[in-house]
Design a protein around this ligand. Sequence first.
Ligand code: 5GP
Ligand code: MN
Length: 323
Amino acid sequence: MKDDVARARALIAAADNVIVIAHERPDGDAIGSLLALNLSLQRMGKGSVPVLADGLPRTFAFLPGAQQVTTRIPDTADLLVVVDCSDLERTGFKAGAFPRKADINIDHHPTNTSFAQANLVYPRAASSTQVLYDLAPRLGLPIDLDVATNLLAGLITDTIGFRTSSVTPAALRTAADLLEQGAPLADIYERSLNVRSFVAARYWGRGLSRLRMDGGVLWTSLTLADRRAVGYSGSDDADLVNLMTTVEGARVVVIFVEQPGGKVKVSWRAREGLDVSRLASRFGGGGHVPAAGATLEGALEEVQARVLAATQALLETTKAGER
Ligand code: 5GP
Ligand code: MN
């Protein structure tokens, strides 16, 4: 990894025009990493373009540099940096859509496939922005107030406000450092984790009305019809899965979000050290031990049956003490 950091530093130093990209259906860590790195590269005097396949969600429009995000990959670049993605497909683009191969991969997912020339992957980091913060001095990346704000946004959202098992003393020290540099912690927390639209709350209602629990597995679905009925414009679960994890007795939480074109996005959340990342990997996805996801082909009912059977099986083996 030391070699990879040196290689990444050299690649950054030599580059003039950079493409930075994060994952589809971006969360706060994808966006925070993307914007922090993009602004930092620009502070170094480089050209840099931040790309998101799905564009920028409205929730994160308040972050510095957010208005620069584009859905179009530039035709040329001399450096491609991929952040918060465990594989290249996670960007939402095929490899052929990029003008070059991935040069640098900055991530914290244990399921990362090390797909770039320089792979900066630290699974123990609480967020990809934590990785960026830790490596910034060695990569020669400057951190100003705008960069710090984006870094803190990634850390706050990926730890759901510092309450996940991924929170380490280092994560809290990083937050303290960024706060000291002026990053508005309370404001970021409020805007990215607390506030939701009326429409999103009604969307939750549709999912909550179908909530089911069976043998420690709590699940529900959100359909295309639900989105139409309430006028929700996103293709995600509006963070309903995190609300579901507050239900007592739920050892694993699963949500099925129907997508256009016969696909279903599945998200798992687990307690008690149960590993849902391997489950997600088996279905072509990935993630962390307690939080993972995958997109499956098939009709909602069919995907639901398949995934619930596999999830129940995981609980069975864990009961038998094979955790
Ligand atoms: P969520 O279920 O909230 O979308 O994501 C939970 C975790 O799993 C996040 O760390 C996210 O990056 C990861 N994840 C979600 N969907 C996928 C997927 O389709 N592929 C991979 N590799 N990781 C995913
Ligand atoms: Mn992410």
